[in-house]
Design a binder for this molecule. Sequence first.
Ligand SMILES: C[S@@+](CC[C@H](N)C(=O)[O-])C[C@H]1O[C@@H](n2cnc3c(N)ncnc32)[C@H](O)[C@@H]1O
Length: 301
Amino acid sequence: MVNHQNVIRRIGRVIRDGSIWAYVIGVLSVPISIVVILNSKTIHKAYKMTLFKKFKLGFKMFYNSLLISTGTSYKAHLAMALKILETPPEIKGDVIECGTWKGGSAANLSLACKIAGRKLKIYDSFEGLPAGKKGDREARHYKKGDYNGTLEEVERNIEKYGEIECCEFIKGWFKDTLPELKSPVLLAFLDVDLEASLDTCVKNIWSNLVDEGFIFSDECVGTDYIALFYSEKWWKLNFNRTPPGFIGAGTGIAFGNYYIGPWSEKSNHPLQRAGTGGYTIKSMSGYWSYYPDKIQQEKEE
Ligand SMILES: C[S@@+](CC[C@H](N)C(=O)[O-])C[C@H]1O[C@@H](n2cnc3c(N)ncnc32)[C@H](O)[C@@H]1O
């Protein structure tokens, strides 16, 4: 539910798990994070982002992330806002979110969409995760129905804390809803937990992504999971191209946190935080091509 009990519950949790100082540092650094993340020479002037408007957006995103249960940081939301605001208005494309839970990240994305005059399409089952599929290594961490947020709950949260008039809600399993996606996409935020869901999302979104477009994913610390963006086999099979790579693979985007990793040892370092989220750009490359032995071999043949 959306109320101040969320804030109290969260404070209780950080005191219990020993990460209170990381939380204090996080709160104190909010203004610095806003200035640093939104400091950009390429935010398009059409969006009239004065310093005051940047602070207003950043603080609202931070506050929303306390009020609505969300699995992602306002800093990741700000990073996506930056990419949206740096894109000139004449470049077409909607913003889409796959995986919304209670609508925390969607509420914040809707704020950026409102400024940039873009539509936000929100895809979710609105009944939580599907049952895990055989061969999906992430499935063992979840059960069917985890992260359940109903459509009514999400609408209510965005109405209260975001900009609902920018939003369209597409209810259903990704395998049924995403093949219907035919409109250009500027930025897709995938926060879908399962490998099967990531596979479906990227397969269906990639060809709709504009050349300047971005795919963000929350799941960045799992090196097996994010390997999709480096898998030569996956990209050859699905799009007959080399992999695009991923900024933030293994650690998340560098948001000024301390994070040494690996994720399996996170409870040993309660003051450390991985960044939530990383991204790829359609035009990016993450492909190794230097094989000197092979070249030598080819010469000799
Ligand atoms: C971790 S939650 C999203 C959290 C949210 N982005 C946030 O920041 O608070 C994952 C969401 O993905 C949705 N989801 C995962 N796989 C799905 C699928 N195959 N079809 C539809 N929804 C799916 C779940 O319903 C859930 O709402």
